[in-house]
Design a binder for this molecule. Structure first.
Ligand code: NA7
Length: 531
């Protein structure tokens, strides 16, 4: 079967749904293709117990319609997965999006025909021909399975947090092992500890876990935010992270030890990004960073009763400065290790040697388990696009194009791939920003570019190689002064064997990034070749 549309949008998460709503308003026929059996993207797949956003719900929400902002009632400061999914379902229904979304439609290939200036997009049972291809595949949508020998041998239940069964899993009274202690592992550990019989936490490298400060939202607070939404959104658009927070005005090194400690105490109580935002140099100065790390270490030692376990939970601040990897947020994680039914297995000292029919073997012992939860993250930012056979001009494949790491212009377009636009692609603020705000900014920019082409009768638009090379340099230069640059993390692709190491997100700030995109548009797209 073959269908002709103007625009194919891949993915029905926050990005794809807004792209559909926005681009449809240009009078273009759009088709969203979604691999899953329902909308929601990340918030559909990651339905593991405890899954929760680490950006405040008021901020992690669409801003394009003031009526939507006013009518939706967020319940908690940090929304849990079911609430975010319910919000997306509400949005899909409210703007009649579902009629143009085709679920169970994994895109297998997308090939550009230069003569016809058309993309042919294939799923298992359909072909679509379209002028414009918009990728909204998400940044954390291809799960990373660890290469531990024997994974297939296990006779109990093997689950990945990023592919959690829709119907849920009853873990009551089970012996459960969790591999991985990033955001997903921490959230699931903290959530299920009180439910399971025995919980074994297989930790390779400890992460820093700050307080989230989650709580139900009061009526007064909701009213205040709703009355001030425009001002708040305007601030967020010009901010560093696309959030309603800014780094403190002072250096951590210019205040007294007492003052600094009190500031960290307040930030700890406040929760969320407050600790890292306490001073203006925590992310760019190791000495300043170590003052915050010292505070975190003291907190861990205070909360965790067994000193040996506390030490094992503390990251090495030279190799893993605070914020060098994504700071995890959770209110109960460290206290979980005071429970009798929770065991920390330090796999840095005693690596996992095998998964067997019965459970997990390590150098220090064998663990019989009913359930193994794999929380080993994602092939982030580039993994999902690279799994699709995308071929641009002259048959250039995205795998070849990105052989040494992703190359894009502004994280939104690529040389060799005309009329292909990426929502929060590599080289944009994406995962180092409030994703919903960045999604909206990209979709608005893409819709404007498409409208401009249609208005001027252009058939194709493709980033130039020089614009792309210059942008790649800017991405590196923005990251280089920060503690993120030299810390091993998925921000560089270091978590995936064989993945080229390149910093995947633009760290120059959401505000300055928006200015770059606006300037490109205002100048008539000088970084693109247009026909
Ligand atoms: P992360 O942050 O990539 O964390 C993955 C965890 O899994 C981390 O602790 C890894 O240890 C561990 N891991 C990865 N591979 C293995 C193997 N082979 N053996 C043992 N342990 C392993 O993924 P998350 O899903 O938690 O979070 C991703 C983002 O989603 C998060 O930042 C939020 O933005 C939402 P390591 O530290 O590499 O030693």
């Amino acid at each position: 079967m073959s269908k002709q549309v103007d625009v194919v949008i891949i993915g029905a998460g926050f990005g794809g749904l807004y792209a559909l709503h926005k681009i449809r308003q240009l009078g273009l026929k759009c088709q969203v293709l979604e691999a899953g059996d329902d909308i929601g993207g990340t918030w559909q797949w990651n339905s593991y117990p405890g899954a929760r956003c680490d950006v405040e719900s008021f901020q992690y929400s669409y801003s394009f319609d003031e009526d939507l902002e006013q009518e939706w009632e967020w319940r908690e400061r940090y929304a849990a997965q079911p609430e975010i999914l319910a919000y997306l379902r509400h949005v899909a229904q409210r703007y009649q999006l579902l009629r143009d979304v085709c679920c169970n439609s994994r895109v297998e290939s997308a090939v550009y025909d230069e003569g016809a200036s058309l993309w042919t997009v294939k799923t298992a049972d359909q072909h679509y021909h379209c002028r414009f291809l918009v990728s909204a595949v998400g940044c954390l949508s291809t799960p990373n399975m660890p290469g531990i020998p024997g994974l297939d041998e296990f006779r109990g239940q093997l689950l990945h947090t990023g592919q959690w069964p829709r119907e849920g899993v009853d873990l009551t009274g089970k012996r459960v092992g969790v591999i991985g202690t990033g955001s997903s592992g921490v959230q699931v550990i903290s959530d299920i500890a009180g439910q399971v019989d025995q919980l074994y936490v297989f930790q390779r490298t400890p992460h820093w876990v700050a307080m989230a400060g989650n709580r139900p939202l009061g009526e007064d607070e909701k009213r205040t935010v709703k009355n001030n939404y425009r001002k708040m959104r305007a601030f967020m658009q010009q901010s560093l992270l696309g959030m309603n927070v800014a780094p403190g005005a002072k250096s951590a090194l210019e205040v007294s030890d007492d003052e600094r400690w009190q500031t960290y105490e307040k930030a700890w109580e406040l929760g969320g990004p407050a600790l890292l935002m306490s001073y203006n140099d925590l992310l760019v100065n190791m000495e300043a960073n170590k003052t915050a790390a010292a505070f975190m270490k003291a907190k861990i030692r205070e909360i965790v009763k067994d000193p040996a376990i506390a030490e094992a939970l503390i990251p090495d601040e030279d190799t893993y400065p605070l914020g060098g990897r994504r700071m995890v947020q959770d209110d109960n994680y460290y206290a979980t290790f005071n429970r009798d039914n929770v065991t920390l297995v330090d796999t840095l000292k005693h690596p996992i040697t095998a998964i067997t029919r019965r459970g997990i073997n390590t150098g220090s012992g064998d663990y019989d388990l009913d359930v193994i939860i794999i929380a080993t993250g994602f092939d982030a930012v580039t993994g999902t696009l690279k799994k699709i056979d995308i071929r641009g001009r002259d048959g250039l494949s995205i795998q070849d194009k990105w052989q040494e790491g992703p190359l894009t212009y502004l994280g939104v377009a690529m040389a060799g791939f005309p009329n292909l636009f990426m929502v929060t692609g590599p080289g944009s603020p994406s995962v180092l920003s409030n994703m919903v705000l960045s999604v909206e900014q990209h979709v608005d920019w893409i819709a404007d570019a498409i409208a401009w082409m249609v208005r001027h009768g252009h058939v194709s638009m493709e980033a130039s190689e020089s614009a792309e090379t210059n942008w790649a340099d800017k991405v590196v230069e923005a990251a280089r002064p920060t503690v993120l640059f030299n810390t091993r993390s998925w921000y560089h692709g270091s978590n995936i064997a064989g993945k080229p190491k390149r910093f995947l997100a633009y760290l120059g700030g959401v505000g300055p990034y928006r200015a770059e995109c606006d300037a490109e548009q205002d100048a008539g797209y000088p970084g693109f070749q247009v026909n």
